[in-house]
Design a protein around this ligand. Structure first.
Ligand code: GLN
Length: 475
């Protein structure tokens, strides 16, 4: 059994003391991946390459020239391009496709000597909240293999949970880093929209998509954010400001804060009782420590999920138009002319949920319904953003559960898409508003399933979020 390291610092100390090498670490993770193949966390493991890269990093450590991530063995979600490697977004339609360039984040991670051990399973095109929408089958939660991993970055979360690698990278459009992190007892950070380059990330809904780390500690989340964030000429949505040294100033922040929590989170019948009691316990502890903690009623709560889904599906229908059986991956063997190439390749290549979203997205963008759905949802998004921003002027943080329930049984919500969509109730607010949010582990329920709570804060206030999270975990 590979040792669980809580942070890269711990690994680095052990490397310095001669207790382990990066190659040794990779060997251990590879063995762990093999013995946990049933979890289905990886779509592909880069075995030979990871071992070779580990040796190179060991040599750099010896020579004193290693980067900041030397010793960090990571998994990347299978929607992140890595030159010369396959990338599928867990879809049949990308079958056989190999990345012709690396995403900016992969380049930045490698430049700091991270070792990438493989690509992690996820919901097809990152559409889902349980990782059951993958062409490669569902990922299983290591705490209970009859339960879902969470989604869409379920493989990334389970890879860290089961110690198949030290940390993982996911993407979060409406909760896909935070929710699986909470189902697996980990830290999941969705930074401010405009923090991390999406160049080389397979697009789902471009006005929401963000990259985020899934880690065991706040320290590692801060470090990975610091390495990945910052301007990139290939992504014009990024902030041009220099990236703060999150790790340099990372310190448990005990100063007295003003914290709002959603009243519904502790009163709604839709929220699991143990999730509610975890929330109540944190609220009590925070008050006992002298923080101001107040309930709020978010007047647009009922509109959050529909607004998110109208916009995300509209954007997805446009982004996924490029998969036509001509440019990328799968082409139907039944295709006989251009029309049938498009039609058959897309019908056979996309899974059920992806097709549903393309159709709904196309519908809300169609001439007759554009104003009624898409334009209206844009207006509601503005209201949600403004209300969220004004709450975050009044309060330092908003505290919510990450999800209304812990990891649910595989197959339980698959049949009803609306039930599955409602599961995103707590995560999509930060996505609609573009503000940063972090999911923190909050113990387990009486069946041993991990619980998670979420903190939201102002745009680009990641430093405050990370420092307070470090303190929060000591409560
Ligand atoms: N569950 C949400 C959806 O299906 C969020 C997914 C994500 O963040 N990629 O759209």
């Amino acid at each position: 059994m590979t040792k669980f390291y809580s942070s890269l610092d711990e690994i680095k100390r052990e490397i310095q003391a001669g207790g382990i090498t990066v190659e040794g670490l990779v060997k251990n993770y590879l063995a762990q991946i093999k013995s946990n193949a049933h979890l289905n966390a990886f779509n592909e493991v880069f075995e030979t390459e990871a071992l070779a890269n580990a040796k190179t990093v060991d040599a750099r450590i010896k020579a004193g020239t290693a980067g900041r991530l030397a010793g960090m063995v990571i998994g990347i979600k299978d929607n992140i391009c890595y030159k010369g490697h396959k990338v599928t977004a867990s879809s049949k339609i990308l079958d056989g496709f190999t990345s012709v360039y690396s995403s900016t984040i992969v380049e930045r991670l490698l430049a700091e000597d991270a070792v990438i051990i493989g690509r992690c399973n996820c919901d097809e095109f990152a559409m889902g909240a349980s990782n059951e929408n993958s062409y490669y089958g569902p990922v299983k939660n290591a705490a209970n293999t009859k339960r879902v991993a969470g989604g869409s970055s379920g493989g990334s979360a389970v890879a860290v949970q089961a110690n198949l690698c030290h940390a993982a990278i996911g993407t979060d459009t409406g909760g896909s880093v935070r929710q699986p992190a909470s189902f697996c007892g980990l830290v999941g950070l969705k930074p401010t929209y405009g923090s991390i380059s999406r160049h080389g990330i397979i697009a789902y809904a471009s006005s929401f998509d963000q990259v985020g780390p899934i880690t065991r500690s706040v320290e590692d989340a801060a470090l990975l954010l610091e390495v990945m964030a910052g301007a990139d000429e290939y992504d014009s949505t990024l902030s041009q400001s220099p990236v703060p040294k999150y790790t340099g100033t990372l310190a448990s922040d005990k100063s007295k804060k003003k914290i709002a929590y959603l009243q519904e989170a502790i009163s709604s019948p839709g929220v699991d009782d143990e999730v509610k009691s975890a929330m109540v316990q944190y609220i009590d502890k925070l008050r006992a420590e002298g923080h101001t903690v107040k309930p709020i009623a978010f007047e647009y709560l009922d509109y959050i999920v529909p607004t998110y889904y109208i916009l995300a599906m509209a954007e997805a229908s446009s982004n996924l138009a490029r998969y036509d059986g001509v440019h990328y991956g799968y082409r139907s063997p039944q295709a006989t002319d251009l029309q049938s190439t498009y039609k058959r390749s897309r019908s056979e290549g996309f899974g059920k949920e992806v097709k549903r979203r393309i159709m709904l997205g196309t519908f809300v963008l169609s001439a007759g319904y554009y104003d009624a759905y898409y334009a209206k949802a844009q207006k509601v998004r503005r209201l949600i953003k403004e209300k969220t921003d004004s709450l975050l002027e009044e309060f330092d943080f908003i505290l919510t559960p990450t999800a209304p329930e812990p990891a649910f049984p595989l197959g339980k919500k698959e049949k009803d898409p609306v039930v599955m969509y409602l599961y995103d109730i707590f995560t999509v607010q930060a996505s609609l508003a573009g503000v940063p949010a972090i999911s923190l582990p909050a113990g387990t329920n009486n069946e041993g399933l991990p619980l998670g709570v979420q903190l939201l804060t102002k745009r680009f206030a990641e430093q405050e979020l990370l420092n307070f999270s470090k303190y929060f975990l000591t409560l």
